[in-house]
Design a protein around this ligand. Structure first.
Ligand SMILES: Cc1cc2nc3c(=O)[nH]c(=O)nc-3n(C[C@H](O)[C@H](O)[C@H](O)COP(=O)(O)OP(=O)(O)OC[C@H]3O[C@@H](n4cnc5c(N)ncnc54)[C@H](O)[C@@H]3O)c2cc1C
Length: 605
């Protein structure tokens, strides 16, 4: 057996984004010794990239539907359930909506400095699908402030951080997880962690699509490590297309244009200058007699400040993304194949104060001055609603000792996440996962490491360095991205999905024989070989689930099954698990909403 570094912890946290750091704080405060691992440097997770804000019903600002009541957890609950097409786990959403305000205020106590209202309260901005101005923010750099704050706090309470370490396998003793195995990115040297409890907090997986807002880290490692260890996965077909990613220049395609732009009044237009979100096909509710008969009337009505309504650009992400897709398909797209997003009417000073990163992003990357001209945007893969299936209260997976929180976990967002709900997700459930992992750790001892599991994984990792004449992992990755982008994108069909499945199965065969040059030191090709393995299996499950769900709901838009099927599919989640070498998928009945929560939904209708 090749030598390896060995570390031992009560609680091991894989991932140092917001979920991982919040879990580290609570596990440490519960008296555990805590190790945190991240693939890159501390502070460089997706969390730092978050722009628009963190959603919590603090009730500092007015509603967008004319209601005089201050915001409250009940409305946040209903908004989140509706946004998620009621596929969400209701108990998870209830906990989330109730605890998000406390967690945001706690961030303030830790030292976060939010933007302020004139009265000195935390400023909140509107976002898609939220009935209230609910996104607590720091300009368009909310994630940076969140991670800075959590990092300071976590370092203060004392945790051990292992940076640029990649875990690739969870180690088990019987049913229980007892550790993890991986390597140092720079040197390729091996490392083993023994732990009484593990929190998976590795974030999402957008990198199997060609255009994504995700960084190189979003390869689904944690999801697949959990899957390999026997954890159940939930609703993987639900992959979110954010309506607005950059389109131009080509190298920048997919980079996020925050929903904060629309929250600050940004208007979407097609190449004919039409504000197409008023098209009755996209927003039929505007024309149900309540508001208007024609798009012009609807626009006038909404623009009238005293009506205090949210504009149709702030409908949930799935609705806006589909509208943009259809405009482009209908030949009304912008010069480079997107649509226009215009915020110039807010004036240069306001834009630079409220959207400084967007201003700089377009200026530096696209040579576009967004205070003077519109942006070009198109949907980009952004977020994964599905993930490791966990219990609402304790974030416990189906594998003893393994907890999961943040984007890698499923259940909260259902078929579609509302903007801002992820940053509150990671602090609410990061804390809960840390608490639960600490409680678990206190009742158990360190398990034994079975070196044969390490040897097996090492052989798999080494094979592309040893095999000669195989394919490049980059070629496989590129083919996978093309296929997923083409056939498992925003608009899906049986034919396209079957094509994607066949292609993925054939790529999996090709990926059995990969070859790369060099050795384990400073070798990105070696990392890519491992990434491809995780991404192929994840893609296969996404496609199989998308094939199985024969309806349109949230992020799953089936052109061949365009209707919401509440009679059947609205009652089921799709659950996947590893059965030998195969992924087994089953439609599992949703726990129905209890009467007290159903009453809330009825009230909000
Ligand atoms: C551009 C952008 C803007 C966004 N804006 C918003 C917003 O305004 N509001 C909002 O609510 N949400 C927003 N989101 C979504 C939100 O930022 C993420 O969903 C959230 O931050 C995820 O947090 P996390 O802690 O679960 O994972 P991440 O922040 O992604 O952290 C994952 C961690 O896991 C580590 N890791 C991964 N794999 C391994 C491995 N194999 N071994 C060791 N470590 C590993 C990584 O290094 C990293 O430290 C945005 C996302 C993006 C990309």
């Amino acid at each position: 057996m090749e030598p390896y570094d060995l570390f031992e912890y009560d609680v091991l946290i894989i991932g140092a984004g917001g979920a991982g750091l919040r879990a580290a704080i609570s596990a440490r405060e519960a008296g555990c010794n805590v190790g945190v691992i991240c693939k890159s440097l501390l502070g460089k997770a997706h969390t730092v990239m978050a722009e628009g804000g963190v959603a919590a019903a603090l009730g500092n600002m007015t509603s967008l539907d004319g209601s005089k009541e201050p915001d409250n957890w009940q409305v946040h609950f209903v908004d989140t359930m509706k946004g998620g097409g009621f596929l969400n786990n209701w108990r998870t959403v209830e906990i989330f909506a109730k605890e998000a305000p406390e967690r945001v205020l706690e961030l303030e106590q830790y030292g976060a400095v939010f933007d302020r209202t004139p009265e000195g309260k935390i400023a909140q901005r509107p976002f898609g699908g939220h009935k209230y101005r609910r996104l607590n923010h720091v300009g368009d750099r909310t994630g940076l402030e969140l991670i800075r704050t959590l990092q300071d706090k976590a370092v203060g309470v004392g945790m051990n951080v292992h940076m640029e370490v990649v875990l690739t396998k969870l180690l088990k003793e019987g049913d229980r997880v007892v550790g993890g195995f991986g390597y140092y990115r720079e040197t390729g040297k091996l490392v083993v962690f023994r732990a009484k409890a593990i929190v998976m907090a590795t974030g999402g997986w957008g990198r199997m699509f060609k255009y994504t807002s995700n960084s190189w880290e979003g390869t689904g490692d944690g999801l697949m490590m959990g899957y390999a260890a026997g954890a159940e996965l939930l609703d993987l077909e639900m992959v979110q297309f954010h309506p607005t990613g950059m389109v131009w220049p080509p190298g920048m395609r997919g980079i996020l244009v925050t929903e904060g732009v629309r929250g600050e009044g940004g208007i979407l237009r097609n190449s004919k200058g039409e504000r197409f979100m008023f098209n009755p096909d996209y927003t039929p509710a505007l024309y149900k007699g309540q508001f208007a008969e024609t798009p012009e009337e609807a626009a006038r009505w909404l623009d009238d400040k005293k009506n205090n309504r949210r504009p149709p650009e702030l409908l949930p992400r799935d609705v806006v993304a589909r509208a943009i897709y259809r405009e482009v398909e209908a030949g009304r797209g912008s010069e480079h194949g997107g649509v226009y997003l215009d915020v110039t009417h807010r004036g240069a000073a306001y834009i630079k104060r409220k959207l400084p990163s967007m201003y700089e992003q377009f200026h530096a990357l696209g040579n576009v001055d967004i205070t003077k001209e519109p942006m070009e945007v198109y949907p980009t893969i952004h977020y994964t609603m599905g993930g490791i299936r966990v219990t609402p209260e304790e974030c416990a997976s189906t594998v003893p000792g393994l907890f999961a929180a943040g984007e890698v976990a499923g259940g909260l967002h259902g078929a579609n996440r509302l903007g801002g709900n992820s940053l509150s997700d990671i602090i609410v459930f990061g804390k809960r996962a840390g608490d639960a992992a600490a409680a678990f750790a206190k009742q158990t001892t360190l398990g034994n490491i079975d070196e044969s599991q390490i040897t097996e994984e090492l052989a798999l990792l080494m094979s592309p360095l040893v095999d000669k004449g195989g394919e490049s992992p980059y070629a496989i990755h590129q083919d996978l991205q093309e296929e997923m982008q083409k056939n498992c994108m925003i608009a899906r069909t049986e034919e396209g999905l079957n094509h994607a499945l066949e292609a993925i199965l054939s790529l999996q065969q090709r990926a059995k024989h990969l070859s790369i040059g060099g050795d384990r030191r400073f070798n990105p090709g070696w990392h890519a070989a491992r990434d491809v393995r995780f991404m192929l299996r994840t893609s296969e499950i996404i496609v199989r689930c998308a094939l199985q769900r024969k309806e349109s709901r949230g992020a799953q838009w089936r052109l061949d099954y365009p209707k919401l099927d509440n009679e059947h599919w609205g009652k089921f989640n799709l659950v996947a698990w590893k059965n030998g070498e195969q992924a087994q998928i089953e439609a599992r009945p949703l726990d129905p909403l209890p009467d007290r929560l159903q009453a809330l939904v009825e009230e909000q209708k």
